[in-house]
Design a protein around this ligand. Structure first.
Ligand code: GRF
Length: 194
């Protein structure tokens, strides 16, 4: 199974995904693509020996042009699955529909709670005692597709958005590789990690 990983920043989730695809694992990383030139994850991908590409969304007049460039950069890699990992662009319904069920995303909340941004501050403001992350299939609606896995973390009384984000990120690093392996093996039953 050929996996392309899309990033926008440090790529810590991408690193864990790439490091998990070894030995008898049915998937292999074929491309790491960033919409941000110079994203830290690009150097980390190169250090791991994974081909990289940059498609700068600011270099394109609109979403359609950006996504055409995205398709062009993805084509040679022939990905079977696309993993969004800290990818901060919303993909159009057309782009998603062309790859129905073959785009995964990790979101730092226990969906359907806290779709969108600033999830940790919002979870704290809501007085949540449990929080976490979700891997889901990408559909045209934001952060809304079928859930493939979730990992829960406790919210502690003295948590700040930063301390909570760090705890969730650690859970992401456990959840995403576990879900990718199951999906690559053809198993899409939701996984629950605590
Ligand atoms: C993190 O906030 C994570 O919760 C979300 O994307 C951001 C960056 O992740 N999934 P990464 O280090 O680039 O994987």
């Amino acid at each position: 199974v050929r996996v392309a990983i899309l990033i926008s920043g440090s790529g810590s989730n991408m690193v864990r995904l790439v490091e998990s695809m070894t030995g008898e694992h049915p998937a292999r990383p074929v491309l790491v693509l960033s919409n941000v030139p110079g994203a830290g994850g690009l150097d980390r991908a190169r250090a791991l020996g994974v081909p990289t590409a940059v498609v700068d969304h600011r270099a394109h007049p609109d979403r359609a042009a950006f996504e055409a460039a995205l398709e062009e950069a993805l084509a040679p890699a022939r990905p079977d699955l696309i993993c969004l990992a800290g990818f901060m662009r919303v993909l159009s319904a057309d782009f998603v529909a062309r790859r129905a069920g073959r785009i995964l995303n990790i979101h730092p909340s226990l969906l359907p709670k806290f779709r969108g941004l600033d999830t940790h501050a919002r979870a704290l403001a809501a007085g949540e005692t449990r929080h976490g992350c979700t891997v889901h299939e990408v559909t045209p609606a934001l952060d809304d597709g079928p859930i493939l896995g979730q990992a829960e973390v406790p919210v502690l009384p003295d948590d700040t958005p930063e301390t909570l984000a760090a705890r969730v990120l650690e859970a992401e690093h456990r959840l995403y590789p576990a879900v990718l392996r199951r999906v690559a093996e053809g198993d899409r039953t939701p996984l629950r990690l605590d």
